[in-house]
Design a protein around this ligand. Structure first.
Ligand SMILES: Cc1cc2nc3c(=O)[nH]c(=O)nc-3n(C[C@H](O)[C@H](O)[C@H](O)COP(=O)(O)OP(=O)(O)OC[C@H]3O[C@@H](n4cnc5c(N)ncnc54)[C@H](O)[C@@H]3O)c2cc1C
Length: 565
């Protein structure tokens, strides 16, 4: 039987449905402005479209041609995001190589970049540089010879899933309740007025009603379905995009190249991986069930092979698909659709008071999208206007800058381990390590990805981790070259210790994880390699305890030498 959640004071002010970057941003802003907030997601934090993004906080060079305002707002907001989360953003320098058969010569390309340079100060970016062919090849020796030259473009990269996690954590610290694996299955109404949502836990199956004065629909590509549950309408023009994720960095610089149809594609070195994509095609299916086709993989490889001939020799870890929740527009070609966003008050629009939707936009302007949405929420709630503080209030860990070498020295960590730790937790890294059990501090879970057992325990305890796959999003555990084959069992056992799981539950978690991972492999692995991987996977699946020789002494990070040692 459905249970009614009766919060003190008669429910929440606002239930935000969808903990992608949009919903997590809205929840934090609303909580900081004093609203009683509940943030819900049917899966993990940031596991929808946001997880499948290219991980860039950028203005978008190509948008200046037809969507100037998007470039301006994204660059401005990128500057604010850099200010509130300095540890999370990292510089990405693109090389845009120019060949004789390119439609735009170096002069035209440089002209576009001169225009883009005017936006760079908004996001603390640097102006472009024109390079000779020799200079470009010195930076990126793997480029196909014969190029005319290149121009550079400066952008920021971000771990998108962590940006969501930090917004959700920030929302919680400002008083919000955050619930993952909680699916909205219906909308509660009194007459036409929305009064909350019916939810079902995807972990326990429990059903209940969460009462709220306003429901904020931040469900990304699922937004139309959610609006439909309340009898309102929201029309999008969703587009599917595919990326290939390589298990290591395969270039020195990020690269921008042209696909066979003239579209711009990107290759971005991103932490230990490389993200390559993306396609952009109208999508009519269910965003819950996305497949990557051989044609999509080939389209991307073909484009990069023309510029980086070695691309097919590298190992693709998996392919990612995501659906962009673009605003509805008829006629325009997918790639030319505006990335603008809109806040819909369904009370005035469809006669469904108590429902507000936010749709469209980009991750790069999530903070501004949240600000505009909460302005509308305050109005709908009939509350006095309170200005946002998210352009200055630091995200968790962004309170001050941290010296990575000092953290490494203080805790005896190798520099790469300390660097990742600080990139994820910023100013909180030291406290996190200080609180960790001494035996967990330097114990790495896997040689492929520098994450310690201490950090893992911390995120399980504080960052709404429920499943093994969530650890990949939170700290990149299982994201290294072993693709989880070495670390799935120890990570699941650690998760089990924290959650009080028995051995059977731990094994089920590993099996679910390996099954889901394998489903991402067929489009990117073929022939004998596929057979070999399948065999190995079978062994890990069945004999995990044998394959994983317990928390290994050889995985303890060798300490750094302190100065003078
Ligand atoms: C291929 C691709 C690359 C991109 N690259 C970039 C980039 O580099 N930079 C950039 O700025 N932008 C990029 N974008 C755009 C950006 O990723 C999106 O605009 C943004 O991530 C959308 O976030 P969201 O929170 O609105 O949606 P989502 O991330 O999809 O979040 C919606 C959430 O709602 C939840 N949900 C849905 N229905 C329910 C329900 N019934 N109950 C509970 N929860 C529910 C889902 O589980 C999901 O987590 C890219 C987009 C694509 C497709």
């Amino acid at each position: 039987m459905a249970r009614m959640v009766q919060e003190k004071g008669g429910g929440f002010d606002v239930v935000v449905v969808g903990a992608g970057i949009t919903g997590a941003g809205v929840a934090r802003d609303a909580a900081l402005r004093g609203l009683k907030v509940c943030l819900l997601d049917q899966h993990d934090l940031g596991s929808g479209t946001t997880w499948g993004s290219s991980g860039m906080i950028h203005g978008g060079l190509r948008y200046i041609e037809y969507d100037w305002e998007t470039t301006r707002v994204s660059c401005l907001d990128g500057g604010y995001i850099k200010r509130i989360a300095p540890h999370l953003l990292f510089p990405v320098v693109f090389l845009l190589p120019i060949y004789p058969d390119d439609p735009f010569g170096i002069e035209k390309k440089e002209t576009a970049l001169e225009v883009y340079d005017r936006f760079q100060p908004y996001k603390a970016g640097r102006p472009h540089v024109r390079l000779s062919a020799a200079e470009a090849l010195a930076l990126e020796p793997g480029l196909r010879p014969g190029l005319r030259g290149a121009v550079t473009m400066d952008e920021w990269g971000v771990d998108a899933a962590r940006l969501v996690a930090l917004n959700a954590l920030g929302a919680r610290e400002a008083g919000a309740e955050v619930r993952t694996y909680t699916e909205v299955i219906g909308v509660a109404r009194e007459g036409t007025r929305v009064t909350g949502v019916q939810v079902r836990s995807r972990l326990t199956g429990a059903v209940e009603t969460v009462a709220a004065r306003v429901v904020c629909n931040a469900a990304g590509p699922w937004g139309p379905a959610l609006a439909g549950m309340a009898g309102a309408s929201l029309k999008l023009r969703p587009a599917k995009g595919v990326h290939l994720i390589y298990d290591r960095r395969i270039s020195n610089c990020a690269l921008g190249v042209e696909a066979i149809d003239g579209r711009d594609l990107l290759l971005v070195p991103h932490s230990n991986q490389t993200i390559v994509g993306t396609t952009d095609d109208d999508f009519y299916g269910d965003p819950e069930h996305l497949e990557v086709t051989d044609d999509e993989v080939e389209y991307i490889l073909q484009a990069f092979e023309r510029v980086l001939p070695s691309i097919r020799q590298h190992r693709i870890a998996h392919a990612n698909a995501a659906v962009r929740p673009t605003l509805y527009e008829w006629r325009r070609y997918e790639d030319d659709l505006s990335r603008e966003y809109e806040v819909f008050d369904h009370g005035t629009r469809d006669g469904v008071p108590g429902l507000v939707s936010i749709a469209g936009g980009k991750m790069s302007m999530f903070r501004k999208m949240a600000e505009d949405t909460v302005d509308v929420l305050l109005r709908v709630l009939g509350l006095p206007f309170v200005p946002t503080s998210t352009h200055t209030a630091p995200l968790p860990g962004g309170e001050s800058t941290v010296d990575v070498a000092e953290v490494a020295g203080n805790f005896g960590l190798p520099l790469p381990v300390a660097q990742r730790l600080v990139a994820r937790h910023g100013a909180r890294a030291e406290a996190l390590m200080g609180d960790a059990e001494p035996e967990d501090r330097r114990a790495l879970l896997c040689e492929c990805e520098p994450v310690t057992r201490g950090e893992l325990r911390y995120v399980v305890r504080t960052e709404s981790v429920e499943r093994l796959e969530d650890l990949y999003r939170r700290v990149r555990c299982t994201g290294g070259a072993c693709l989880g084959m070495r670390c799935a069992w120890p990570a699941a056992r650690l998760l089990g210790e924290e959650k009080g799981w028995n051995a059977r539950r731990v094994a089920e978690e590993v099996h679910d994880f390996l099954d889901a991972r394998w489903l991402q492999r067929p489009s990117v692995v073929r022939g004998a390699t596929a057979a070999q991987e399948q065999l190995y996977r079978g062994a890990v699946y069945a004999l995990g305890e044998v394959c994983d020789p317990a928390p290994a002494a050889e995985h303890v990070a060798a300490p750094v030498l302190a100065a003078g040692d």
